[in-house]
Design a protein around this ligand. Structure first.
Ligand code: BTN
Length: 322
């Protein structure tokens, strides 16, 4: 691991660390610590240094810029905007224009964040909003798998960077859940190629509530932010990198489908009563299983079984499921 990464790893606990303690812990000189901290500051990390107390990474500021993102993910094509209508819309335009797989669009806030089923996604400063272009070898019938894979990847990335976080659950098909409230949402959009019968591109859009400040009052009962469930919040660049690294392995993961057991294990609805909403139709059912294509099997109160694919169905947890 590079020295800058080692120092960041220590500072990410949000505490104060003296130059002496850092030098001793990492087996380097105090001047090497100081030089690396200066370098990190130049890259945009807000590291304060209080006399006799030490260095501290200021999470409240969590600066974001193209320089910070590029330093965190060298070699990846990144488009960064402080404000954008929707990173998914921008990524789709780039994909249509031929941008390579792996290209990511990241923004500090969105003015027209998009959710599933035509809904909007509230996207004030204090969240991570990003979209990545993939060009998967995936048939249209397996599209739900990509959303399931992205949800698993995002949950694992959060837990990797915040080991003290409570387990992150997944509400079929695309929501990350914690303590009965929504922590993150995922929207996959793509274009089918008639020639290949598969996708010419897919845009995976992920929005994660990192700070309470990102959640409007009217959503506070149903949404939750990472700073409500753990003491330290990862930097947006580090979190974006951890998620994008995982998504880079999507082709192999989708072919093997091994991630599905992890996806099912994290499910907050299996075995529970849910409200199925499909257009104007709604009924109560028990969520029974998720098949190898990501479809959800539910059993309604009349004893009839339904196999739901993600496209047009939304699931609401009943009180009993919280
Ligand atoms: C949902 O919960 O229905 C899905 C929400 C997806 C939101 C993300 S934020 C980044 C990307 N850009 C968008 O406009 N939407 C996705």
């Amino acid at each position: 691991m590079k020295l800058r990464e080692e120092i960041l790893q220590v500072l990410r606990d949000g505490g104060e660390h003296s130059g002496e303690a850092l030098a001793e812990r990492l087996g380097i000189s105090r001047s090497a610590v100081w030089k690396t901290v200066k370098q990190l500051r130049r890259d945009g990390y807000a590291i304060s240094a209080a006399t006799r107390r030490g260095y501290r990474l200021d999470f409240a500021k969590d600066p974001l810029s193209l320089a910070i993102l590029t330093a965190a993910m060298p070699g990846r094509r990144i488009v960064y905007r402080e404000e954008i209508d929707s990173t998914n819309a921008a990524a789709r335009q780039l994909a249509e224009a031929g941008a390579e797989a792996g290209t990511a669009v990241i923004a500090a806030r969105q003015t027209a964040g998009r959710g599933r089923l035509g809904r909007s996604f509230s996207s004030d400063e204090g969240g991570l909003y990003m979209s990545v272009i993939l060009r998967p070898s995936l048939g249209a019938e397996d599209a739900a798998l990509l959303t399931a894979f992205a949800a698993t990847a995002a949950a694992e990335a959060i837990e990797e960077l915040v080991p003290s976080a409570p387990e992150i659950g997944i509400k079929w098909v695309n929501d990350l859940f914690c303590r009965g409230r929504k922590l993150a949402g995922i929207l996959c959009e793509g274009a089918l190629s008639i020639e290949s019968g598969g996708f010419s591109y897919v845009v995976v859009g992920i929005g994660i509530n990192l700070r309470r400040s990102a959640i409007p009052a009217e959503l506070s009962e149903i949404a939750i932010a990472l700073d409500e469930i753990c003491t330290t919040v990862p930097g947006r660049a580090a979190l974006a990198k951890a998620i994008l690294d995982r998504l880079a392995a999507s082709d192999a993961a989708l072919a093997e489908r091994r991630f599905l057991s992890e996806y099912r294990r994290r499910s907050v609805i299996l075995g529970r009563e849910v409200l199925v909403v499909r257009g104007d139709e709604r009924y109560t059912a028990v969520a029974e299983s998720i098949d190898d294509r990501g479809a959800l099997s539910v059993l309604d109160r009349a004893g009839e079984r339904h196999l739901l694919s993600s496209g047009e169905v939304s699931i609401r947890l009943g009180e009993a499921a919280r």
